[in-house]
Design a protein around this ligand. Structure first.
Ligand SMILES: Nc1ncnc2c1ncn2[C@@H]1O[C@H](COP(=O)(O)OP(=O)(O)O)[C@@H](O)[C@H]1O
Ligand SMILES: [Mg+2]
Length: 399
């Protein structure tokens, strides 16, 4: 018994230098040599230090490590992340809207704290800019636990994930953004880590192959995805808590705009805040970006305060219409009408015809058009509706 344990420890001791040394044999990787290594995780040790300090005024206090720069496809644009962080709610009490999700989350957090156990794995899904990263960063702060952040596209092989797992302390949170883009090998490596808090490492191959189990501290994975449908069933099943984020109601967006105008130290009239909210496509990130744009416009073209007229003129310049449709949304609808006779048309055909990647259409364009009732998704493809003709002021097709 004892000798077996010694043998195991010996193996781990032998294995670790191999895993952590990028120059050595890549046992856990499928990556071709010469490609960059994923950076080591940065742990955000919050320790409740920011409790009650109002938060949000210090940009970039959440280290969005390990994503930008690691993959050309990584979703974090450095600038975006910086802007997001500046206005990102720091505590659950600052999070506006999503009442049902927040209510359920509070119960989970209270129960977790009462029992002193780690939170069950949590999956957040919904279109971009609705608060997935925000909630994932707020949860560990509420629990007073550490947070590590990574994303699906930046984990190209199990060895990229391993440091995050071994670094995870008891009850800490590992946030995996865009979890639907985890490569299958990494996903399989994650299964036992999520289920039994262990990792299985295979050494060698063929007859000499050996598997070593390494115990991990119980921790929580928070996954975020814009495409829950792309998640494999085994991965989805490992999340005991699943929450879907919806587009925001106008009142919530108005509250977000007013609060953030204060943070940005700018003045805004009530009807200007309403106008920004109306054209933000139900999305806080859009509301924040439009608020920033109106502030710039007000400073250069007006007296610095954001009035209704400033908003209307500044949005005209951005070519955002009264319901929030932008140029690419209109291009989508117009091509569906003019090229495909109103549909049904496949996503890829539409994407090719307007030269926008299908992923962008599916993630950023279609959810809002569907919500407004401007398109329908049928088994045969996408179709426009009567509301589209009305909105674009086009004559409806003859029956
Ligand atoms: N519920 C909310 N209350 C207030 N602001 C929010 C909320 N959700 C999102 N935001 C704002 O929108 C920005 C983008 O949100 P984020 O969490 O990064 O979206 P996602 O990860 O879903 O793409 C945040 O920086 C934050 O300022
Ligand atoms: Mg995000």
């Amino acid at each position: 018994m004892r000798s077996r344990r010694t043998f195991k420890l010996l193996h781990i001791a032998l294995l670790l230098p191999i895993i952590y040394d990028p120059g050595s044999v890549d046992i856990l990787t499928e990556r071709k040599s010469g490609e960059p290594m994923a950076r080591q995780p940065i742990i955000q040790q919050d320790g409740g230090g920011r409790r009650g300090d109002g938060g949000g005024d210090s940009p970039s206090d959440i280290p969005l490590n390990n994503s930008a720069g690691n993959s050309a496809e990584g979703s974090f644009d450095a600038d975006d992340a910086r802007y997001d962080d500046e206005l990102r709610p720091q505590r659950l009490s600052e999070v506006v809207g999503q009442r049902k999700v927040i209510e359920r989350l509070k119960i989970m957090l209270d129960a977790t704290q009462k029992r002193g156990e780690p939170l069950g794995h949590l999956l957040l899904d919904g279109p971009p800019g609705l608060g997935k990263t925000t909630l994932a960063t707020v949860v560990p702060k509420e629990l007073d636990r550490e947070l590590q952040i990574t994303s699906g596209p930046s984990l190209s092989a199990p060895k990229d994930l391993l440091p995050y797992l071994t670094n995870a302390s008891y009850g800490s949170v590992l946030f995996i953004d865009e979890i639907h883009r985890l490569p299958p090998t990494v996903e399989e490596f994650l299964y036992p880590a999520m289920e039994d808090f262990r990792v299985d490492i295979t050494l060698g191959d063929g007859l000499n192959a050996r598997t070593i189990n390494m115990k991990l501290q119980p921790f929580t994975v928070i996954g975020a995805t814009t495409r829950s449908g792309m998640l494999t069933a085994p991965l989805r099943d490992r999340f005991v808590n699943r929450q879907h984020l919806e587009f925001y109601e106008s009142d919530d967006l108005i509250a977000i705009v007013n609060r953030n105008a204060k943070k940005l130290r700018t003045t805004i009239s009530d009807n200007a805040a309403e106008e920004i909210a109306r054209r933000s496509r139900g999305t806080p990130r859009k509301a924040n970006n439009l608020l920033r744009w109106s502030r710039d416009f007000a400073e250069i073209k007006a007296d610095g305060s954001i009035s209704h007229q400033v908003v209307v003129e500044s949005f005209r310049m951005l070519e955002i219409d009264d319901v929030g449709l932008e140029t690419q949304d209109r291009k989508y609808l117009e091509s569906l009408i003019t090229i495909f006779g109103g549909g049904p048309a496949g996503l890829k055909s539409i994407a090719h015809s307007i030269d926008i990647p299908p992923d962008t259409l599916e993630d950023e364009v279609e959810p809002f058009l569907l919500r407004c009732g401007f398109i329908q998704r049928t088994p045969r493809g996408r179709m426009v509706t009567a509301a589209t003709f009305q909105h674009l002021q086009l004559p409806p097709p003859r029956p």
